[in-house]
Design a protein around this ligand. Structure first.
Ligand code: HEM
Length: 473
C-alpha cells in the first residue's frame, strides 16, 4: 500500500470515530447512569450509625419514620454494619424465599460461640437441610400430638404454683420457666429431674451472658456464660451416653439426632448434637414466653374477648367431664376464637421485629444495589403494622383473622428455608395454657403502665407484667 492509501484510511478512521463519538459517549453515559445505586437512607454517625436512634425508642417509631421518609427499602448503619432494611412483603419474600441462596444467616461471633457454631440457624445449604429435616420431623404435628398430656401436666403445675404464692408474680419470668420445661420435653422427652435442674441452672447463666457485653475477662457475665455452656455440653454428652448404654433411643429430637446417618453412614458428632440441642432450647424459650405474656395482657385488657374464649373453652372442659379427661389433638384443632386471639397477639406484639441476613454477592433488587457483605433486614413488624394489610393496625382485633391474610403479610414465624420449625409446638403450648387458665383461674395485672414496654431482648410488657392469679371458684 502506498503512502497515499495509508493516509486515506487513517483519515477515514478518524472521520468515522469523530462522527460516532457523540453516540459512544451517550451510550456510556447511559450505562453509567443506569448502574444500580444503593437504596436511599442515612448511615448516621461513623461506625455507630443509627444504633442509638434504633435502641432508644420504640422500634415502631424508628422504622415507621424511616419508611415514611424513604419508602419500603432504605439503608442505615446499625452496630457498625451497613444494612438495607426492607419493609414490603415482596422484598421479604425475595430475601427469605425466592432468592434465599443469595443471602446467608448472620449473627455476631460472640453469640454464635455461646450457642455453638454447629446450630442449624448459622448454616446454609446441605448441612442446614439435613439438620432442619430432623428438627422438623421431631416438631411436626404427628410428633407433638403425643406431648399433649405432658404439656397439660406442665401447665397445671405452673398455674398451681403461681396461685399458691398468693403474691403478684413476674408473669414473663414464670412463663420462661414453663417454656424452658416444654423445650426440654420436646428435645429429651421425659428427662430425669436432676438433669433438668442442672440444664436449667447453667442455661440461665448462658442467657445472662448472651445479653451482656462479650468480654472474656474471668468473672464477667460473658466468660461465666462460656463456662456454663461447656457444662451444658458435658451434661448432654452424659445423657447421650446413658441413653446409648440403656439402648433407649426414643422418637424425640435427641433420638432423631442419635439415629441419624448420612448416605455414607456418617453419624452426627456429640458436638453437633449439643450445639443443636442448645440452639432449639434457646429458640423456644424467650419467644414463647414473650408471646404468652402479651396474651395475658391482651385478654386482661379485652374482657369481652376473654368471655368469648371462656365460653369456647368451657364447652371443651365440660365435654371432658369437668377436665377429668385429657385434651385431645382434635380439640386443640377446634378452638377457633382462641386460635384467632393467638394469631392477633403474634401480629400485634411482633416479638421478632425483623431478622438479619447478609448478601453473599452483589444483589440488585428493584433497581437498587445491595452490595456483597451488607446486612439485609426484612422488617416483619412494619409489614404486620401496615394499614394497607391490617386496617387500624394498632387495635387488637382477632376477628381480622376470620379472613386469611394476604400472601407474605403474616410472618411471625419467619418465611422460607429458615422459618420456625417450632411454630406448631409454640401454638399448641399457647392453646393448652389458655384452656386451663380461663376454665379454672382468673388474674389481674398489678400497677402496670399500659404503654410501657421492656426489651428482654424481645418486647414484653414492662416489669414482665406483674400479675396475681387465683382460682375461679
Ligand atoms: C411464639 C414462639 C416462637 C416464635 C415467635 C418464633 C419465631 C421464629 C422466627 C421468626 C424464626 C426465623 C428466624 C429467621 O428467619 O432468621 C424462627 C426460627 C427457629 N425457631 Fe422459632 N419461634 C418460636 C418458637 C419456637 C419453638 C417452640 C421452637 C422449638 C421447640 C423454635 C425453634 C426454632 C428454630 C430451631 C429456628 C431456626 C430454623 C432454621 O434456621 O432453619 N421456635 N423462629
Amino acid at each position: 500500500m502506498d503512502i497515499i492509501a495509508i493516509l486515506f484510511y487513517t483519515f477515514l478512521f478518524l472521520l468515522i470515530t469523530l462522527l460516532l463519538y457523540p453516540f459512544i459517549m451517550k451510550h456510556n453515559k447511559h450505562r453509567a447512569t443506569s448502574k444500580p445505586k444503593v437504596p436511599p437512607g442515612s448511615m448516621g454517625w461513623p461506625y455507630i450509625g443509627e444504633t442509638l436512634q434504633l435502641y432508644s425508642q420504640h422500634p415502631n417509631t424508628f422504622f415507621a419514620s424511616k419508611q415514611k421518609r424513604y419508602g419500603e427499602i432504605f439503608k442505615t448503619r446499625i452496630l457498625g454494619c451497613q444494612c438495607v432494611m426492607l419493609a414490603s412483603p415482596e422484598a421479604a419474600r425475595f430475601v427469605l424465599v425466592t432468592h434465599s441462596h443469595l443471602f446467608k444467616p448472620t449473627y455476631p461471633k460472640s453469640k454464635e460461640k455461646l450457642i455453638g457454631s454447629s446450630a442449624l440457624f448459622f448454616h446454609q445449604g446441605d448441612y442446614h437441610t439435613r439438620i432442619r429435616k430432623l428438627v422438623q420431623t421431631s416438631l411436626s404435628p404427628e410428633s407433638i400430638k403425643k406431648l399433649i398430656p405432658y404439656i397439660e401436666t406442665q401447665v397445671i403445675s405452673s398455674l398451681d404454683s403461681w396461685v399458691s404464692t398468693g403474691q403478684v408474680i413476674n408473669a414473663f419470668h414464670e412463663l420462661k420457666k414453663f417454656s424452658f420445661n416444654i423445650g426440654i420435653l420436646s428435645v429429651f422427652g421425659n428427662l430425669e429431674g436432676n438433669y433438668r435442674e442442672q440444664l436449667k441452672e447453667n442455661y440461665n447463666i448462658v442467657e445472662k451472658g448472651y445479653n451482656s457485653f462479650p468480654n472474656r475477662i474471668p468473672g464477667t457475665a460473658y466468660s461465666k456464660a462460656l463456662l456454663a455452656r461447656q457444662r451444658i455440653r458435658e451434661i448432654i454428652s452424659e445423657i447421650i451416653c446413658k441413653k446409648k448404654e440403656q439402648r433407649l433411643i426414643e422418637k424425640n429430637l435427641l433420638g432423631n439426632f442419635l439415629n441419624y446417618k448420612d448416605e455414607n453412614g456418617q453419624t452426627l458428632t456429640d458436638e453437633e448434637i449439643a450445639d443443636n440441642v442448645i440452639g432449639v432450647l434457646f429458640a423456644a424459650q424467650d419467644t414463647t414466653a414473650s408471646v404468652l405474656t402479651w396474651i395475658l395482657k391482651y385478654l386482661h385488657d379485652h374482657q369481652k374477648l376473654l368471655e368469648a374464649i371462656k365460653t369456647e373453652q368451657m364447652s371443651i372442659y365440660e365435654a371432658n367431664e369437668g377436665g377429668k379427661m385429657p385434651l385431645s389433638w382434635g380439640q386443640t384443632r377446634n378452638m377457633p376464637i382462641t386460635h384467632r386471639v393467638i394469631l392477633e397477639s403474634l401480629r400485634m406484639a411482633s416479638i421478632i421485629s425483623f431478622t438479619f441476613r447478609e448478601a453473599v454477592v452483589d444483589v440488585v433488587y428493584k433497581g437498587y444495589l445491595i452490595p456483597k457483605g451488607w446486612k439485609v433486614m426484612p422488617l416483619f413488624r412494619n409489614i404486620h403494622h401496615n394499614p394497607d394489610f391490617y386496617p387500624a393496625p394498632h387495635n387488637f382485633d382477632p376477628s381480622r383473622f376470620e379472613v386469611t391474610p394476604k400472601p407474605n403479610t403474616f410472618m411471625p414465624f419467619g418465611n422460607g428455608v429458615h422459618s420456625c420449625p417450632g411454630n406448631e409446638l409454640a401454638k399448641l403450648n399457647m392453646l393448652i395454657l389458655i384452656h386451663h387458665l380461663v376454665t379454672k383461674f382468673r388474674w389481674e395485672v398489678a400497677g402496670y403502665n399500659q404503654s410501657e414496654v421492656q426489651y428482654s431482648p424481645f418486647p414484653v410488657p414492662m416489669h414482665g407484667l406483674p400479675t396475681r392469679f387465683w382460682r375461679d371458684e
